[in-house]
Ligand binder design. Sequence first.
Ligand code: LAN
Length: 729
Amino acid sequence: RVLRTTHLPPVPEMPADARTERSKWFLCVDDGRQWWEYRPDAKEPQSDLDRFWLGQVAEDDGTLPAPQTVTGAVRNSMQFLARLQTESGHWAGEYGGPMFLIPGLVIAWYVTGRSETLLPQAYRIELVQYLRHREVQPNGGWGIHIESPATVFGTALNYVALRILGVPAHDPVCERARKVLHSLGGATGIPSWGKFWLSVMNCYDWNGLNPIPPELWLLPYTANPIHPGRMWVHTRMVYLPMSYIYARRLSAEAHDPLVQALRSELYVEPFDSIKWSAQKFNVCAVDRYIPQSSFGKLAWTVIGMYEAVHSTWLRDWAVDHVRQLCFNEDDNTEFLDLGPVNKALNIIVTYHACGADSDRFRAHERTVADFMWMADDGMRMNGTNGSQLWDTAFIVQAATEAQIVTEYPDTSARALAFLDACQIKRDAPFETYRQQAKGAWPFSNRQQSYTVSDCTAEGLKATLMLQSALGSKRVSDRRVQDSVDVLLSMPNRDGGFASYEIIRGPTWLEALNPAEVFGKIMIEYSYPECTTSSVLGLMAYTKYINDGYRTKEVARAIHRAVKFILKDQRKDGSWYGAWGVCFTYAGWFAIESLVAATGATYATSDSLRRACAFLVAHQREDGGWGESYKACEVGEWVEHPQGSQVVNTAWALLALLRAGYPDETVIRKGVDLLLRRQLPNGSYRQEGIEGVFNKNCMISYPNYKLYFPMWALARYANTYKDPKVVEDA
Ligand code: LAN
């Protein structure tokens, strides 16, 4: 089966110095959506926001006073943040980090006829710039994320992306990458998601993959632990379109010259000599994160036997059903889809099912830009269509705690308008096994419309705090009740909260995890971070509204959630962070809810004392804290090789201050580090990567450095009566 059926001329070669003009990129927003436009003829100046992300904002522009007190430093941070707010009321930002997103999109672009609308030339030029910038130093290649060492997954896929984008094989960046790839054994040992994408490019053989049977979607949901609807939402929404493409074996044309060239460049042996059926479990050791379980191997072998004998009519039926579910996903999300991976896959499904001239395909083309982010190092694909709600909710809470929202009436009013608009007003109309959405807040924007437990809670908290501080009400009590309904639909049996849904499948499903590079992806789990946010969201509701709605259930949910958090604490007093790097992140969350929900204090709670002792034990000489992303991989504290990090320091300080840690000198040392690192314009320099998912892939939250230090400083100023920046001698 052939994908790119039209006969297209070869992709023109992209010169090594191809670049766009930085001063002609503009971030556009509309109702919480955001995308970058390149306007080479534009006369108008860029906004501060554009210039900030393109690295053009002066660290010292002489406009802000040097802070005399800690509150002065907080004000400078807020001053900087106010410059960056969008007209939609949200804060926009880069959300890159993973290095396996661009290749999926670029391959989808290639095999669906290379539409200029889907990926305009300016984007393509800057994608190449980005990949050049992000080569692993000094030997070349790419890893699974921007700080990772080179892997087969990262290197082979990004190599293919560069070649598709017109970079010739003799370009030094390609030569280095090939050398790295070949030293790792070539592309045969690429992890399964890479096997998949290379097969779509017709540079791997579908027989080298474990099957992705669409028939699973026809099984009954009830009492059936292996129905995909029970999997973690990201896993099932990726394997859904994958099963369509796999079932139809959709691939680029074999006689395509680029396909032929890639076949000879990616492997250490002649392509035609590779024994494909022997590759199913072949994964390079540097790539593998999850060891192959023998139970998993057995199960996949059985599924392989089914694949050999499967019935055609059943498969056709399953493929029809899967196609409909893909359409449902597109229609539920205004074609944004859950994330960048299923977005690229659904583009291919839509192309195959409807053609490039269809309205559905056009709708897909128009929403690709929502995922793309331009910055001084070129263009990347974000991990979601933005982090609008997440960043805005935290900025609002930090500003509220700093008691400065009324000093920024326009900023605050716009932020509230965004929070109001961003709440999801309806459940997903089309079946894709979704959690209740009406009343929820998403991670990015309303259009994407996926419920996330902690985003709902943070959105709710921010809304209630801001409405109270401004004395205005945009979100009605009825809508607040809707969000309470969402939160009350989400506790797991252990009392904790997971990310998007309650846990629906059994833990042993994890043994079937086919993605060797990600941990904990088959089902949902309770997380201390999501649990804390949910507790605090429910408590904010009780504090600000308190209209008697489901009061008993709210109290019970809080009570059970706290039990989960206490149980999740490790012996050494720490909590493992699943979504941020790492123990400072989860520790901050856990301490917030323990204090808020139980009234525990440092004096009364053994758990809090142990949590503080853990943090204090990891404070550095210079007063800060610094964790390496490696901590997420190995599950133990790992010092950051570049020293203290402002974001880790801010989390640790927020935690210690909330816990009422009694020794001010410890806290003051951390505060001083934040004060020293603040730039004259109120911002901070970018440091190490801040976030993580599935244990092994890191993701950037560059806005964190702009607001978590501000929040920590504000809390310190509130606790210790706004001390001077330099203590009097
Ligand atoms: C995110 C981003 C936000 C994050 C928090 C809200 C911080 C968390 O508390 C709950 C989980 C959530 C919503 C989350 C889940 C996984 C995401 C969507 C991501 C880490 C951003 C990117 C990642 C997604 C899976 C990346 C695409 C890769 C695949 C493996 C499909």
